[in-house]
Design a protein around this ligand. Structure first.
Ligand SMILES: Cc1cc2nc3c(=O)[nH]c(=O)nc-3n(C[C@H](O)[C@H](O)[C@H](O)COP(=O)(O)OP(=O)(O)OC[C@H]3O[C@@H](n4cnc5c(N)ncnc54)[C@H](O)[C@@H]3O)c2cc1C
Length: 463
């Protein structure tokens, strides 16, 4: 995943100069400010409880349980903000880090809500009333259903692959359940009325929950409406080696903001950006090809297997560019090391193509792991790029042909160690491949003394 590395430039909505500048403090300052904003928003309900007279008679366990409930729901409500893909907010960290945080925040928020319920059950069982919905007050039933929905959300998210839930269906269900759970929990708090009975507290709490609804409206309505203004058209569908396809897209009107090599976009193919079926793909083309963009997509699952049937002329929408996996964040780097496995070459192709088009002469190393020689994506173009760049290429094959003289096997420590010659040893490393490959190569690089801040990873599996 992209680290908030020592030398990364600020990547925001617009493309900043690649000539350097005081980027280091800026990115850290922005990141810190967003973290402070998040903590303040998460703590807002607690501040609301502590401001003004605290209702009497509950005792510490009661007050503590209430505080946990408010904080837990605040964290759950802010989950909508975390997944809204606000480019300015995700830029200092990388969107993958924000998604990982989303996952952990869900566990934290759920833990607080469970603790809220358990403390009340143990110390104030009468306050919970009957568990039978026919006899219980509606807000208490709403709270119970919300708790159950939060539990289902956590289990189906952490266990999605084990439960074999198809991604797009899971995603729609996840969104619907999340909205229902947060709405029911909000109703529970307003209906139970503890700490929100006074008009001003009630109004503030309502305003606060309206923020989540506003973000939801932004994600589901405003953002697709904005995308509607900038449709793309597929102008070419090209077969590549290794069951991959390159789509070339041309904007029909306003293009998305300029991208940097290595960034990605969410692609939806079809007539409407309101449909749920968008998928993230790295932009594989050179930045100099803009406003056209190319994606190289490997057939792996339900959606990617349909790419080969895409007709030229199909309308597409792009939400992007996103990500901080880009050499442009490192204008002062003495060189770059690219380590890719299979389709992980896609963002790296954008980097190599762009660096070649810019006439960049810094030393570069590409270590590219594949199963078979025939499947090596872009192998002819990589060879051509090597002559335009100061680029050394090391191909590593798991099933080499009989006359193969190069490296074999996986991207193991000896292979990486042998490839990392002194001319590139101080370069910034970009890793993109399956998670086990990323983890193992990162471990090897750390063992070779490469600081974590110089290792940038992109995972093609965000959730
Ligand atoms: C930052 C990033 C860049 C990527 N770049 C490329 C690329 O350049 N080329 C390429 O071939 N692949 C790329 N991928 C992977 C690609 O997004 C998935 O392979 C694709 O979405 C799988 O969809 P599917 O329905 O074909 O497969 P499925 O079998 O349905 O999904 C396989 C796995 O892919 C993930 N996935 C599926 N749909 C989505 C989605 N809408 N959003 C996020 N994750 C999803 C899930 O973890 C799922 O389990 C990238 C992924 C990320 C996160």
């Amino acid at each position: 995943m992209s680290s908030m590395g020592e030398s990364a430039a600020p990547l925001g909505g617009s493309v900043a100069s690649s000539q350097g500048g005081p980027w280091l403090p800026r990115r850290w300052i922005r990141g810190t400010l967003w973290i402070v904003a998040y903590v303040l928003l998460a703590a807002f309900p607690l501040l609301l409880l502590l401001t003004g007279p605290v209702p009497r008679g509950g005792g510490w366990a009661w007050d503590f349980a209430m505080a946990l409930g408010f904080a837990g729901l605040a964290i759950m409500g802010l989950q909508f903000v975390l997944t809204a893909r606000f480019r300015r907010a995700t830029a200092p960290f990388g969107i993958d880090i924000v998604y990982y945080f989303h996952r952990w925040a869900a566990l934290g928020g759920f833990g607080l809500i469970v603790a809220h319920y358990l403390i009340l059950r143990l110390r104030h069982p009468a306050a919970l009333g009957s568990a039978d919905p026919r006899n219980a007050e509606w807000p208490m039933t709403a709270g119970r259903v919300a708790l159950a929905l939060f539990a289902v959300l956590i289990v189906t998210s952490l266990g999605r692959k084990a439960l074999r839930l198809e991604y797009d269906r899971w995603r729609v269900g996840h969104a619907v359940m999340a909205v229902m759970a947060v709405a029911l929990a909000g109703w529970h708090i307003r209906g139970a009325g503890h700490y929100t009975a006074e008009t001003w507290r009630g109004a503030l709490w309502t305003g606060y929950t309206a923020l989540w609804l506003g973000v939801l409206g932004y994600i589901r309505v405003l953002k697709p409406l904005r995308l509607l203004r900038s449709p793309y058209r597929v102008i070419e569908v090209r077969a590549e080696r290794g069951r991959a396809w390159t789509l070339t897209l041309q904007p029909m009107r306003e293009p998305m903001p300029e991208f940097r090599p290595g960034q990605f976009a969410w692609l939806s193919l079809g007539r409407s950006p309101f449909r749920a079926g968008e998928h993230p793909f790295s932009i594989a083309s050179s930045t100099t090809l803009q406003p056209a963009v190319q994606f190289t997509i490997k057939e792996l699952g339900d959606f990617t297997r349909t790419i080969r049937h895409t007709r030229t002329g199909t309308i597409a929408y792009l939400d992007g560019p996103h990500g901080v996996f880009t050499p442009d964040a490192w204008p002062q780097a003495p060189g770059f090391v690219f380590i890719a496995g299979g389709i992980g070459i896609a963002p790296i192709m954008s980097m190599l193509r762009t660096l070649a088009d810019r006439g960049d002469r810094r030393p570069l190393l590409l270590v590219f792991g594949n199963r078979r020689w025939d499947d090596v994506l872009f192998r002819e173009e990589i060879e051509a790029l090597a002559s335009r760049l100061t680029l050394r290429v090391v191909h590593v094959l798991q099933e080499p042909p009989p006359d193969w003289r190069g490296a074999t096997g996986i991207l193991s420590p000896p292979v990486i160690r042998a490839a990392l010659t002194p001319d590139v040893a101080n370069g910034v490393c970009f890793l993109c491949g399956p998670k086990p490959m990323n983890d193992s190569v990162q471990h090897t690089l750390r063992g070779l003394g490469v600081p974590l801040s110089r290792i940038q990873c992109e995972l093609f599996d965000m959730v």
